[in-house]
Design a protein. Structure first.
Length: 564
């Protein structure tokens, strides 16, 4: 609340906004990404238009190849021209970048004399780490690129993915090579010190591991188990997976299996990043190929499942592969990965674009429901899967809770539990579910005289304080918090009305007499009336219902609000 409004009621009520903070762990801002290699060769105008379309779909991260062989083909000589243009465009679009640092130059490869020297890992992992450190020195938090381009918004690169799919022979020496999780972990261990020295807060992401049936490939779970046997724990900040499978359920199953391996190795705190996933809408038939409708349905199902379970499975992000089709939809004989795009070859939207957008952007709050399932227990749920909950017992304070909530052992009298859900996108239900119940007096218990007696309620002082408020300022509030004197244990209901409209109302139960807070919700019709009124006569009504029986009490006062 603005300072002036707070001071106006400080003498009696200390009127303050009642703010509740969500206990949820919402999705990271860069949770949804795509791989879009077509961006680099584009003109700046084309790139800006494409990135704008990607942002409109909810994309906030671009996974991009940073080709070591192209950038430093000759040792110590760097060509950053293409990357500079790409990084500048991404920063202007407000996009984070996840580089995939890949392909050894001939001078660093452990097979420099082979045609496939690029595919071979570096002979010295430390050289690989030094190259990533050079990239950090240019594009990281203190990078020279940002200092030299002051007109470009600074969006430093803070996460780095080291290599790609080393479980496949093609990415570990070429055709006929033998992948080795131990050798890959040696690469990570040798590169990490230089990266940590260049940026102590850098997020080191392991290479994406696929579930592949290609000749010579190591299955995903075997490879990840091998990485842990070789000591990967603590070396990287994220384990990455490439979730290609025939159904969304099977793709989610891969995450479940790898999470179980990580948990068994004492690494439940390390996230899983799905840095590639997708289905083809055309191409030569195989288990990854469907049609346009199937691609959209699978996209929706996978995103929905992993968003809902992102906390349970500790999922860091979902990066779809990839943005743009490489051939026409009518081509049913080419490679399936030419049809993984969310947009057609001419950049018009496929149905999968809308499916991605529908899951990546969500501003709709969930609805919360709650019931008293049994004495001493309240169960609740949300219309949004994966929601977290906060509870408020007897209008005291909000705290994280899970269903069912135990509410036994409370003193005799009226009680209530408010519950609101917060979905994975950070949207909180503005209308909490409320469950009320009464705890009866034990047999033979004596009701205190102070409760039985109808207390005398006086609202004059409160009315004189509230009339100092400016109605326009009051119209901008959602919650008002009053400090009142409770005559005894029971429920007080307070309502402000004018011209037949409820301006604000609040009710609370406490188990004792004395000063306590009461929150009033300013109603939407009331805000409209307050906002358009220069002078407004207000009725202030208070109702008290004591716990344990006995007569209640009511009081009423009137005052006038004037625009100041």
């Amino acid at each position: 609340m603005r300072r002036g409004l707070a001071i106006a009621v400080l003498a009696l009520a200390a009127l303050l906004p009642c703010v509740s903070r969500a206990a949820a762990a919402p999705l990271p801002g860069d949770f949804f990404g795509v791989s879009s290699p077509d961006l680099v060769p584009m003109t700046p105008t084309q790139r800006d238009a494409t990135m704008a379309d990607q942002r409109a779909a909810g994309v906030r991260l671009l996974r991009q190849l940073f080709d070591w062989d192209q950038i430093e083909h000759v040792e110590g000589t760097y060509d950053f021209a293409d990357l500079d243009a790409f990084v500048a465009s991404a920063a202007r679009a407000g996009m984070k970048v996840l580089p995939v640092v890949l392909w050894s130059p001939p001078w660093a490869s452990n097979c420099p004399d082979k045609d496939t020297y690029r595919n071979c890992p570096p002979a010295d992992p430390g050289e690989f780490g030094n190259f990533v450190a050079t990239l950090i020195g240019r594009y990281g938090p203190d990078g020279s690129f940002w200092a030299a381009n002051a007109t470009v918004p600074k969006v430093p690169i803070t996460a780095w993915q080291l290599w790609n799919e080393p479980a496949l022979p093609v990415y570990w020496g070429g055709s006929g090579a033998t992948p080795s999780p131990a050798e890959y972990v040696d690469l990570l261990k040798g590169a990490a010190p230089a990266i940590r020295a260049a940026d102590p807060n850098a997020e080191i992401v392991a290479a994406g591991i696929p579930q592949s049936s290609l000749k010579g490939a190591i299955p995903m779970t075997d490879y990840v188990s091998g990485m842990y046997a070789a000591g990967v724990k603590g070396v990287v900040d994220d384990i990455a997976l490439h979730l290609y499978d025939d159904t969304p359920a099977n793709a989610v199953g891969l995450v479940e299996q790898v999470r179980a391996i990580m948990n068994a190795n004492g690494d439940s705190g390390t996230p899983i990043w799905a840095t590639e996933w997708g289905w083809a809408s055309a191409g030569k038939p195989n288990k990854f190929v469907t049609d346009l409708a199937g691609q959209a349905a699978n996209t929706d199902a996978l995103m929905a499942a992993l968003v809902a379970r992102h906390e349970e499975l500790n999922v860091r992000g979902l990066t779809e592969y990839f943005w743009h089709d490489g051939s026409d939809q009518s081509n049913t004989t080419d490679r399936w990965d030419n049809h993984l795009g969310l947009v057609f070859q001419d950049y018009t939207h496929k149905p999968a674009y809308d499916a991605f957008l529908g899951r990546a952007i969500d501003t709709t709050p969930p609805d919360t429901s709650a019931v008293l399932a049994a004495p001493g227990s309240v169960t609740f749920s949300s219309t949004e899967a994966g929601s977290d909950f906060e509870c408020n017992l007897d209008d005291t304070s909000w705290s994280a809770c899970t269903s069912p909530a135990a509410v036994g052992g409370l003193p005799p009298g009226s009680h209530s539990l408010a519950v609101h859900a917060t979905d994975p996108y950070g949207n909180t239900d503005p209308s909490p579910a409320l469950v009320s119940w009464a705890v009866p007096q034990p047999p033979g218990a004596q009701v205190q005289a102070a409760i039985v007696a109808a207390p005398k309620l006086s609202l004059g002082a409160l009315a004189r304080t509230l009339r100092r408020l400016d109605p326009a300022r009051l119209a901008r509030q959602h919650k008002l918090r009053l400090r009142l004197n409770w005559p005894a244990a029971g429920r007080i209901t307070l309502a402000l009305r004018s011209r037949g409209v409820v301006l604000a109302r609040g009710s609370r139960v406490i188990g004792h007499g004395g000063r306590a807070a009461l929150a009033l919700t300013v109603r939407s019709r009331g805000r409209r009336l307050l906002a358009h009124s220069r002078r407004l006569k207000v009725s202030l009504a208070e109702q008290f219902s004591p716990s344990g029986g006995g007569p209640g009490a009511a009081a009423r006062a009137t005052f006038t609000l004037r625009r100041r």
